[in-house]
Write a protein that binds this ligand. Sequence first.
Ligand SMILES: CC(C)(COP(=O)(O)OP(=O)(O)OC[C@H]1O[C@@H](n2cnc3c(N)ncnc32)[C@H](O)[C@@H]1OP(=O)(O)O)[C@@H](O)C(=O)NCCC(=O)NCCS
Length: 173
Amino acid sequence: MTELEGKTVSETKIDGNTYKIFPNDLNSNGMVFGGLVMSFLDRIALVVAERHSEKVCVTASVDALHFLAPAKAGDILIFKAAINRTWKTSMEVGVKVEAESPFSGKHIHVVSAYFTFVAVDDKNTPCQVPPLLPESEIEQRRYLEAGIRRKNRMDHARDISQRRHQKNTFDKT
Ligand SMILES: CC(C)(COP(=O)(O)OP(=O)(O)OC[C@H]1O[C@@H](n2cnc3c(N)ncnc32)[C@H](O)[C@@H]1OP(=O)(O)O)[C@@H](O)C(=O)NCCC(=O)NCCS
Protein backbone atom coordinates (compact mmCIF):
# COMPACT_ATOMS: atom_id res chain seq x y z
CA MET A 1 0.00 0.00 0.00
CA THR A 2 1.47 3.40 -0.94
CA GLU A 3 1.88 5.96 1.81
CA LEU A 4 -0.38 8.97 1.29
CA GLU A 5 0.81 12.47 2.05
CA GLY A 6 0.01 13.63 5.59
CA LYS A 7 -2.40 16.43 6.38
CA THR A 8 -2.58 18.82 9.31
CA VAL A 9 -5.57 19.35 11.60
CA SER A 10 -5.99 22.96 10.53
CA GLU A 11 -6.46 21.93 6.88
CA THR A 12 -9.81 20.34 7.65
CA LYS A 13 -11.16 21.69 10.94
CA ILE A 14 -14.44 23.55 11.42
CA ASP A 15 -14.21 26.42 13.83
CA GLY A 16 -17.50 28.06 14.65
CA ASN A 17 -20.37 27.00 12.38
CA THR A 18 -23.55 28.48 13.77
CA TYR A 19 -27.20 27.41 13.98
CA LYS A 20 -29.93 29.67 15.38
CA ILE A 21 -32.46 27.80 17.51
CA PHE A 22 -36.13 28.38 16.72
CA PRO A 23 -39.19 26.97 18.51
CA ASN A 24 -39.57 24.04 16.08
CA ASP A 25 -36.16 22.74 17.27
CA LEU A 26 -37.37 22.13 20.84
CA ASN A 27 -38.45 19.02 22.73
CA SER A 28 -41.54 18.80 24.94
CA ASN A 29 -39.53 20.30 27.78
CA GLY A 30 -38.75 23.50 25.88
CA MET A 31 -35.06 22.63 25.40
CA VAL A 32 -33.31 21.82 22.11
CA PHE A 33 -34.14 18.30 20.93
CA GLY A 34 -31.02 16.15 21.52
CA GLY A 35 -31.56 14.08 18.37
CA LEU A 36 -31.41 17.23 16.25
CA VAL A 37 -28.09 18.20 17.79
CA MET A 38 -26.76 14.64 17.32
CA SER A 39 -27.63 14.81 13.64
CA PHE A 40 -25.75 18.12 13.30
CA LEU A 41 -22.76 16.66 15.14
CA ASP A 42 -22.62 13.72 12.74
CA ARG A 43 -22.84 15.98 9.67
CA ILE A 44 -20.25 18.45 10.91
CA ALA A 45 -17.82 15.70 11.90
CA LEU A 46 -18.44 13.97 8.55
CA VAL A 47 -17.35 17.10 6.70
CA VAL A 48 -14.02 17.01 8.54
CA ALA A 49 -13.52 13.30 7.81
CA GLU A 50 -14.36 13.70 4.11
CA ARG A 51 -12.10 16.75 3.80
CA HIS A 52 -9.26 14.77 5.34
CA SER A 53 -9.73 11.54 3.40
CA GLU A 54 -11.10 13.04 0.18
CA LYS A 55 -13.39 9.98 0.12
CA VAL A 56 -16.97 9.17 1.02
CA CYS A 57 -17.03 8.36 4.74
CA VAL A 58 -19.50 6.42 6.88
CA THR A 59 -20.05 6.77 10.60
CA ALA A 60 -18.72 3.64 12.29
CA SER A 61 -19.22 4.60 15.94
CA VAL A 62 -19.70 7.41 18.41
CA ASP A 63 -17.97 7.62 21.78
CA ALA A 64 -18.59 9.70 24.85
CA LEU A 65 -21.55 11.72 23.60
CA HIS A 66 -22.42 13.72 26.69
CA PHE A 67 -25.08 16.41 26.92
CA LEU A 68 -23.72 18.67 29.66
CA ALA A 69 -26.23 21.53 29.60
CA PRO A 70 -29.44 22.39 27.72
CA ALA A 71 -29.68 24.97 24.95
CA LYS A 72 -32.91 26.93 24.59
CA ALA A 73 -34.94 28.83 22.01
CA GLY A 74 -33.13 31.93 20.80
CA ASP A 75 -29.66 30.57 21.60
CA ILE A 76 -27.07 30.16 18.86
CA LEU A 77 -25.37 26.78 18.65
CA ILE A 78 -21.67 27.04 17.79
CA PHE A 79 -20.00 23.92 16.39
CA LYS A 80 -16.29 23.15 16.44
CA ALA A 81 -14.87 19.96 14.94
CA ALA A 82 -11.35 18.70 14.34
CA ILE A 83 -9.71 15.45 13.39
CA ASN A 84 -7.89 13.84 16.32
CA ARG A 85 -6.22 10.83 14.74
CA THR A 86 -6.22 8.58 11.71
CA TRP A 87 -5.48 4.88 11.39
CA LYS A 88 -5.44 2.75 8.26
CA THR A 89 -8.97 3.42 6.99
CA SER A 90 -10.61 5.12 9.96
CA MET A 91 -10.45 8.53 11.58
CA GLU A 92 -11.58 9.97 14.90
CA VAL A 93 -13.16 13.43 14.81
CA GLY A 94 -13.94 15.37 17.99
CA VAL A 95 -16.89 17.77 18.03
CA LYS A 96 -17.83 20.36 20.62
CA VAL A 97 -20.99 22.47 20.73
CA GLU A 98 -21.54 25.61 22.75
CA ALA A 99 -24.75 27.62 23.12
CA GLU A 100 -24.39 31.38 22.97
CA SER A 101 -27.02 33.73 24.30
CA PRO A 102 -27.18 36.55 21.72
CA PHE A 103 -28.32 38.94 24.44
CA SER A 104 -25.74 38.32 27.18
CA GLY A 105 -23.02 36.88 24.94
CA LYS A 106 -22.59 34.11 27.51
CA HIS A 107 -21.38 30.73 26.20
CA ILE A 108 -22.18 27.35 27.74
CA HIS A 109 -20.72 23.99 26.78
CA VAL A 110 -23.69 21.89 25.60
CA VAL A 111 -22.25 18.66 24.22
CA SER A 112 -19.06 16.96 23.07
CA ALA A 113 -18.51 13.68 21.28
CA TYR A 114 -15.98 11.62 19.36
CA PHE A 115 -17.01 10.15 16.02
CA THR A 116 -15.18 7.39 14.16
CA PHE A 117 -15.58 7.45 10.39
CA VAL A 118 -14.38 4.94 7.84
CA ALA A 119 -13.48 6.05 4.32
CA VAL A 120 -15.04 3.78 1.71
CA ASP A 121 -14.88 3.31 -2.04
CA ASP A 122 -17.83 2.92 -4.40
CA LYS A 123 -18.26 -0.72 -3.31
CA ASN A 124 -18.34 0.33 0.35
CA THR A 125 -14.93 -1.25 0.92
CA PRO A 126 -12.78 0.58 3.49
CA CYS A 127 -9.89 2.44 1.90
CA GLN A 128 -6.68 4.02 3.11
CA VAL A 129 -6.69 7.55 4.53
CA PRO A 130 -3.82 10.06 4.71
CA PRO A 131 -1.88 10.12 8.00
CA LEU A 132 -2.49 13.03 10.36
CA LEU A 133 0.30 15.44 11.25
CA PRO A 134 -0.54 16.83 14.69
CA GLU A 135 1.29 20.12 15.24
CA SER A 136 0.32 21.95 18.42
CA GLU A 137 0.55 20.61 21.95
CA ILE A 138 -3.23 20.27 22.13
CA GLU A 139 -3.35 18.39 18.81
CA GLN A 140 -0.67 16.02 20.07
CA ARG A 141 -2.60 15.45 23.31
CA ARG A 142 -5.80 14.71 21.36
CA TYR A 143 -3.84 12.33 19.09
CA LEU A 144 -2.60 10.33 22.09
CA GLU A 145 -6.00 10.31 23.81
CA ALA A 146 -7.68 9.10 20.61
CA GLY A 147 -5.35 6.09 20.77
CA ILE A 148 -6.63 5.27 24.26
CA ARG A 149 -10.25 5.51 23.08
CA ARG A 150 -9.52 3.27 20.08
CA LYS A 151 -7.95 0.66 22.37
CA ASN A 152 -11.09 0.78 24.52
CA ARG A 153 -13.31 0.36 21.43
CA MET A 154 -11.26 -2.62 20.24
CA ASP A 155 -11.17 -4.23 23.70
CA HIS A 156 -14.92 -3.76 24.02
CA ALA A 157 -15.63 -5.25 20.57
CA ARG A 158 -13.32 -8.22 21.31
CA ASP A 159 -14.93 -8.85 24.73
CA ILE A 160 -18.44 -8.79 23.24
CA SER A 161 -17.40 -11.08 20.40
CA GLN A 162 -15.76 -13.58 22.77
CA ARG A 163 -18.83 -13.54 24.99
CA ARG A 164 -21.14 -14.25 22.08
CA HIS A 165 -19.02 -17.23 21.09
CA GLN A 166 -19.16 -18.74 24.57
CA LYS A 167 -22.10 -21.13 24.31
CA ASN A 168 -24.47 -22.11 27.11
CA THR A 169 -23.11 -19.67 29.66
CA PHE A 170 -25.02 -17.02 31.50
CA ASP A 171 -23.44 -14.99 34.19
CA LYS A 172 -24.67 -11.58 35.17
CA THR A 173 -21.29 -9.88 35.51
C1 LIG B 1 -17.83 0.83 9.15
C2 LIG B 1 -17.72 -0.30 8.13
C3 LIG B 1 -17.43 0.30 6.75
C4 LIG B 1 -16.55 -1.17 8.56
O1 LIG B 1 -16.51 -2.22 7.67
P1 LIG B 1 -15.80 -3.62 8.04
O2 LIG B 1 -16.02 -4.56 6.94
O3 LIG B 1 -16.17 -3.99 9.43
O4 LIG B 1 -14.31 -3.19 7.93
P2 LIG B 1 -13.04 -3.65 8.70
O5 LIG B 1 -13.28 -4.69 9.75
O6 LIG B 1 -12.04 -3.92 7.64
O7 LIG B 1 -12.65 -2.30 9.46
C5 LIG B 1 -12.39 -1.13 8.71
C6 LIG B 1 -12.11 -0.01 9.68
O8 LIG B 1 -13.30 0.26 10.40
C7 LIG B 1 -12.99 0.32 11.77
N1 LIG B 1 -14.20 -0.07 12.49
C8 LIG B 1 -15.01 -1.10 12.22
N2 LIG B 1 -16.02 -1.13 13.11
C9 LIG B 1 -15.83 -0.09 13.94
C10 LIG B 1 -16.52 0.41 15.07
N3 LIG B 1 -17.63 -0.16 15.51
N4 LIG B 1 -16.04 1.49 15.69
C11 LIG B 1 -14.91 2.10 15.25
N5 LIG B 1 -14.20 1.67 14.17
C12 LIG B 1 -14.66 0.59 13.55
C13 LIG B 1 -11.86 -0.65 11.94
O9 LIG B 1 -11.13 -0.38 13.13
C14 LIG B 1 -11.04 -0.37 10.71
O10 LIG B 1 -10.27 0.79 10.91
P3 LIG B 1 -8.70 0.83 10.50
O11 LIG B 1 -8.58 0.33 9.09
O12 LIG B 1 -8.35 2.28 10.57
O13 LIG B 1 -7.96 -0.01 11.48
C15 LIG B 1 -19.01 -1.17 8.06
O14 LIG B 1 -19.20 -1.80 9.33
C16 LIG B 1 -20.23 -0.37 7.70
O15 LIG B 1 -20.45 -0.06 6.55
N6 LIG B 1 -21.05 -0.03 8.71
C17 LIG B 1 -22.25 0.75 8.48
C18 LIG B 1 -21.89 2.22 8.41
C19 LIG B 1 -23.13 3.08 8.30
O16 LIG B 1 -24.07 2.73 7.64
N7 LIG B 1 -23.10 4.23 8.97
C20 LIG B 1 -24.21 5.11 9.03
C21 LIG B 1 -25.07 4.67 10.16
S1 LIG B 1 -26.69 5.30 10.07
